[in-house]
Design a protein around this ligand. Structure first.
Ligand code: WTA
Length: 650
């Protein structure tokens, strides 16, 4: 490689966990040979492969052309028509699944509701009629700002049913963040709730909407679902109660026949600079890949209780709480609240009571569970679990091992799934009956997904050489553009590396062909000309028994270019001191090499995170550099964390 990005990879993990024979024997894909054969076939003919997967959906009219590629603009299943809501609901009603639980919901205070496919269908039809009654038409945008209640899924499916494009805004966003998204999307109607529950407290959603609305001139109406019963302001003419409109709504609403490229949703994701990007996903390709990956990656069976803990406000909730599982006729568990309410064992209690079989969560959650201690897990019988998954960031091997032993009891395959809001669906993941897993790697791309690791000029990297992770061929669930901004789409994703989709992540591929994600390339630290992935430094720190969580960032250094600054939270109750700092430095030196030895170590009670759990390294970089923290902090979960970090500066 002549022009390597040269992110030096220092993580050296050798433990290998093949799937058990028993798991493989019953899996959809039963061996690594079978995966490799499938992969090779799909690589030779990606269009043919995806067309075959698209056939498992119900189409009103079959497509004429599988892929129309006008770089960087893709159209999949051109000329075909279908409806996502029809595929998630109607088609199950003619089978035994009509009385199967579609959603089993648990509220944070403890209420439980189950909606069968038939019941969900009726609610969705009614709400689709409610939207029509509010003058929402095919192509209009509807914003959903709701707690994790079934009505959020109902509203999404109702939009999809009539061809309105939804944009879900995570329930933790502020009025300003809402107004930005609503205006960028030219949203006509907002669906919200009076409030929701989080860690025993009420989140007052409608009040926040009221604060956003003076800045949202295009919004004509607001529909309010009553969740908490708190007193709210209802502006007459504009605001309507969900239950009142539903009581008067017809129970049948035919699913609109939509073009395969009809916009299904916009989801905003923050970039490193500037206003949030509206990632646009469409219909046929999106559903094809989400449905296929849900079935194969989670090895989904009809009798499974499947629980993805993501909030629907994030892409994981769109693809793997709602669309992928429901398209497969799965039973989805949905939980409204926090993992530590009323106590630290809530998740394990839920798993025990509902006999959950598949758990899909995030590394950040796993590290929090480790910190809380395994005693909370051991109180419960979680033996129903048969498969575990993670998404959102690289999972450090220590967290992987804990997940494997303490939650999986050594018997559950772990699928570490790499993908992005932009990719719409999983791209790299083990297939649980086929792929031997190694802690810390998402392993291989899925069949039909063509990736590479390249230098800045686009040359392929050799084994174990770090580089940029790119896609070589369009995939069905890829973003179609940045809403209203084709130029930004081109610039962000298609101009960095010639003729390749650039994911923004650094990665390396080992001699097995496994992909190791090294974090965002803007999270790379350059020490004395060596570029280190922050994930690897963090992983080394977390492998020390005293450390619960760690974030590493670079700060300017006259001599080395950048120095390594780390922020560390300690295992329950431990106090940090100089001796421990020295021990950690020595530990990192031992794990990675002297090069990666942190220059500064700060102990902190918590790390600043986005509401989806990603560490906000940009803020930490600013703190580390001793600068004032500027710029957008609207996605920060807890502002006080930042205050404390600043106070603690030495
Ligand atoms: C990171 C979440 C390593 C990565 C679905 C990506 C991961 C970004 C993994 C997208 C994984 C996600 N291993 N890194 N298994 N999964 N990432 O848009 O940096 O919230 O680019 O989508 O998260 O985050 P997003």
């Amino acid at each position: 490689m002549s022009d390597p990005i040269a992110i030096e990879s220092v993580l050296n993990e050798t433990r290998v966990f093949p799937p058990s024979q028993e798991f493989s024997a019953n899996a959809h894909i039963k061996s690594f040979e079978e995966y490799e054969k499938l992969y090779a076939e799909a690589e030779a003919d990606p269009e043919g492969f995806w067309a075959k997967q698209a056939e498992s959906l119900d189409w009103f009219k079959k497509w004429d052309t599988v892929l129309e590629w006008n770089e960087p603009f893709a159209k999949w299943f051109v000329g075909g028509t279908l409806n996502v809501s029809y595929n998630c609901l109607d088609r199950h009603l003619t089978t035994w699944r009509r009385n199967k639980a579609a959603i089993i919901w648990e509220g944070e205070p403890g209420e439980q509701r189950t909606l069968t496919y038939q019941q969900l269908y009726a609610e969705v039809c009614k709400f689709a009629n409610v939207l029509k009654g509010q003058n929402v038409k095919k192509g209009d945008r509807v914003a959903l700002y709701m707690p994790m209640v079934p009505e959020l899924a109902i509203a999404m499916l109702a939009c999809a049913r009539i061809g309105a494009t939804h944009t879900v805004i995570f329930g933790g966003f502020s009025a300003d963040a809402i107004a930005d998204r609503v205006n960028d999307g030219k949203v006509k109607l907002i669906v919200t709730a009076d409030g929701g529950y989080r860690r025993g407290a009420e989140v007052t959603l409608k009040n926040t909407i009221d604060n956003a609305l003076p800045n949202c001139p295009n919004v004509e109406a607001v529909i309010v679902f009553k969740r908490t019963g708190t007193k709210i302001n209802m502006s007459s003419g504009r605001d309507h109660w969900w239950h009142e409109l539903m009581a008067a709504a017809e129970t049948e609403c035919p699913a609109e026949e939509l073009d395969s490229e009809h916009p299904l949703y916009i989801l905003y994701t923050s970039g490193t600079t500037g206003k949030p990007k509206g990632i646009l996903h469409t219909t046929g390709g999106y559903l094809t890949q989400t449905a296929y990956t849900t079935k194969m990656v989670f090895d989904l069976r009809d009798e499974d209780i499947y629980w993805c803990t993501a909030d629907i406000g994030w892409v994981t909730g769109h693809s793997y709480v709602v669309y992928g599982p429901l398209a497969n006729g799965a039973t989805v568990l949905m939980y409204e609240g926090a993992p530590n309410y009323p106590d630290y064992d809530r998740f394990w209690d839920i798993i025990e009571r509902h006999r959950v079989n598949i758990l899909y969560t995030a590394p950040t959650a796993i590290r929090v569970f480790i910190r809380w201690g395994e005693s909370h897990v051991l109180k419960h019988d979680i033996s129903s679990l048969r498969l575990l998954g993670t998404v959102g960031e690289p999972i450090n091997p220590e967290a992987w091992m804990w997940y494997h032993h303490v939650i999986g009891k050594g018997k559950c395959p772990i699928v570490d799934t790499w993908w992005q809001t932009e990719t719409g669906a999983i791209m790299i993941s083990p297939l649980p009956g086929a792929t031997p897993t190694v802690p810390g790697t998402a392993t291989r791309p899925l069949p039909g997904i063509l990736l590479d690791i390249v230098s800045k000029s686009g040359e392929p990297a050799g084994d174990n050489e770090g580089g940029y992770l790119v896609a070589k061929h369009p995939w069905p669930s890829m973003l179609r553009t940045v809403y209203g901004d084709d130029e930004r789409y081109k610039k962000t994703y298609w101009s960095e590396i010639p003729n390749r989709y650039f994911a923004g992540d650094g990665a390396r591929r080992d001699e097995r062909g496994y992909y190791w994600i090294m974090g965002r390339v803007d999270d790379v630290i350059n020490v004395s000309g060596h570029r280190l992935g922050t994930a690897e430094v963090e992983s080394a720190l977390v492998s020390h028994e005293a450390v619960a969580e760690a974030a590493a960032v670079g700060r300017p250094d006259e001599v080395k270019g950048q120095a390594i600054s780390v922020f560390v939270t300690l295992e329950g109750g431990r106090k940090g001191d100089e001796a421990l700092k020295n021990e950690l430095r020595a530990h990192v030196a031992k794990e990675i090499g002297a090069l990666a030895k942190p220059d500064d170590i700060r102990f902190t009670d918590a790390l600043p995170k986005t509401r989806s759990g990603k560490i906000m390294r940009r803020l930490l970089r600013e703190v580390a550099a001793g600068a004032d923290v500027a710029g957008d902090v609207t996605t920060l979960e807890d502002l006080s964390v930042l205050e404390k970090l600043r106070d603690d500066e030495d």
